[in-house]
Design a protein around this ligand. Structure first.
Ligand code: SAH
Ligand code: MG
Length: 209
């Protein structure tokens, strides 16, 4: 099995919220970012590492470094009583959701530990102290209004000209899903700073002019 097939197979068996077709499109977008050379990449919203594998596959091939950011306690809709709750991810120590051990196992079994670096914490807190320019930014963190907009405003400006911005869970029709990812996607396009280069399922890929 090729290295890519190995990583894609692992992605298929990893828990998460990245359908395979969208994951492959995410890989393709990252591969294009990698064509510009070894870069510094960031994913917001790691969960158990499913999307991390698609990005990590392209990062490894281009010798880029992928930061994978998450506080690992889940979003609103992942909590007990909500739609996407998973009992198996609860830490008996404190009864909170904790996806970090799962994410770590994913990265270790993928042998991506020299390519992927976890940033464990709240997105806004990290952004305030993060100075590196980004060649790729994948926004798939909290989808609540304030969180999604904070991710756009805090991290978007760190993306270099020519850099790739990917946004997940973009639904034009409010009946299909929450609005904030769609709203930040619209804002990015309306700002005139981005060109859309791909759309697969709810994944949108843009490139900074
Ligand atoms: N990309 C993942 C899914 C991410 S789900 C996959 O492929 O399966 C969204 C994630 O965002 C959750 O793991 C949640 O813990 C994280 N998250 C939500 N709000 C956050 C915040 N403010 N800071 C850091 N992580 C956050
Ligand atoms: Mg998502």
């Amino acid at each position: 099995m090729s290295r890519l097939d190995e990583l894609f197979a692992l992605a298929r068996s990893t828990k998460g919220f990245m359908p395979e077709l969208e994951g492959l499109a995410l890989y393709e977008a990252a591969r294009q970012a990698g064509e510009r050379g070894a870069g510094t990449w960031l994913e917001i919203g790691a969960w158990c590492g499913k999307s991390t594998l698609y990005l990590g596959a392209a990062a490894e091939a281009s010798e880029s470094l992928l930061y994978s950011l998450d506080h690992h306690h889940g979003s609103e809709e992942n909590q007990r009583g909500w739609e996407y709750f998973d009992e198996d991810l609860v830490d008996p120590y404190d009864g909170r959701l904790n996806t970090l051990p799962h994410w770590q196992r994913t990265i270790a079994s993928a042998r991506l530990e020299l390519t992927v670096v976890g940033l464990i914490g709240h997105s806004a807190a990290i952004a305030a102290h993060f100075e590196q320019a980004l060649d790729l930014l994948f926004i798939d963190g909290g989808h609540a209004e304030a969180v999604a907009w904070a991710d756009y405003h805090n991290w978007g400006p760190k993306l270099v000209a020519g850099g790739v911005l990917a946004i997940h869970d973009v639904f034009a029709d409010p009946a299909e899903g929450g609005r904030p990812p769609y709203e930040i996607y619209r804002r990015a396009l309306d700002s005139g700073d981005f060109l859309e280069t791909g759309a697969t399922g709810s994944l949108r890929v843009l490139r900074r002019r």
